[in-house]
Design a binder for this molecule. Structure first.
Ligand SMILES: NC(=O)c1ccc[n+]([C@@H]2O[C@H](COP(=O)([O-])OP(=O)(O)OC[C@H]3O[C@@H](n4cnc5c(N)ncnc54)[C@H](OP(=O)(O)O)[C@@H]3O)[C@@H](O)[C@H]2O)c1
Length: 252
């Protein structure tokens, strides 16, 4: 059985459908129950097995209850996809602490809640897949606090990967670049500001296929496109040059 958080929209919705089409029973976990139930019906009508469970990942009690229902229904938990998340735009000098706190509660503490609730039920071959972002590898201006939440998730993933290796549980970090979802509309904003050029982006289905492949094989890191991989390699090898390019990019 696979738990997919943030299954009501975008990458999570596509991932839940992809996993179900590959034969997994899927628990759909997020807050918007109407959307989760619609997806549950869609998966069922295609012959798959899905269970919608209203969940706020930032609320430990809500996550524990979701995992309890999932285990009660399916008996085991093999795959956890920590996908739920939201963006936050704003320069570091201006961003509101309460917005930063909320984004960390969902993007970093949310996965931590899910990992801690799921791990006791995971055996050999278990998969934990954390959806980060290319900007979790190198923060960019105007969305620095969001980047920080994804870097924090990356640190949790790296430590956990080593800690659970002896149990035969794998931990994968997925680093999508721009993906065509409702992410931008759902992001918190500090004030209206031009966002700068962004790539057109890939479809959520493309990211979902990569996540479902990772659920089969358990790799360490997953990039969705070659340009994403080259971006991370470039900013790692030439951090000063990256600063200069990003200064130009971030100009109003
Ligand atoms: N789109 C991109 O360009 C992009 C690029 C790199 C990484 N990502 C990452 O990909 C993941 C999915 O984003 P997306 O693009 O698919 O955006 P999206 O369409 O806005 O979907 C976000 C999902 O997160 C869920 N969510 C938000 N807060 C939640 C909470 N407190 N508890 C449970 N679920 C919550 C939402 O469901 P409810 O509202 O129903 O709770 C929704 O299903 C995020 O982690 C994002 O950071 C996105």
């Amino acid at each position: 059985m696979a738990v997919v958080t943030g299954a009501s929209s975008g990458i999570g919705e596509a991932t839940a459908s992809e996993l179900a089409s590959r034969g997994a029973s899927v628990v759909l976990a997020s807050r918007a129950m109407d959307k989760l139930e619609a997806l549950q019906r869609e998966i069922s009508s295609s012959g798959g097995l899905a269970l919608a469970v209203e969940t706020d990942v930032s609320d430990r009690g809500s996550v524990e209850a979701m995992v309890g229902r999932a285990i009660g229904e399916f008996g085991s938990l093999d795959i956890l996809v920590n996908n739920a998340g939201l963006g936050l735009s704003g320069r570091i000098a201006e961003v509101r602490a309460e917005d930063v706190r909320h984004v960390f509660e969902v993007n970093a503490i949310g996965p931590l809640n899910c990992i801690q609730a799921a791990l006791p039920h995971m055996g050999e071959g278990g998969r934990i897949i954390n959806v980060s972002s290319v900007v979790g590898r190198r923060a960019i201006p105007k969305v620095g606090a969001y980047c920080a939440s994804k870097s924090a998730l990356g640190a949790l993933s790296d430590a956990l990967r080593v800690e659970v290796a002896d149990r035969g549980v794998t931990v994968t970090s997925v680093y999508p670049g721009t993906t065509r979802t409702s992410f931008r509309e759902n992001s918190r904003r500090t004030r209206d500001e031009k966002r700068g050029w962004r790539p057109k982006g890939v479809t959520p289905d493309k990211v979902a296929q990569k996540i479902a492949d990772a659920a089969e094989r358990g790799p360490r890191d997953v990039y969705v496109t070659l340009p994403d991989r080259l971006f991370v390699a470039g900013v790692t090898l030439f951090p000063g040059l990256a600063d200069r390019v990003l200064r130009v990019w971030a100009k109003d």
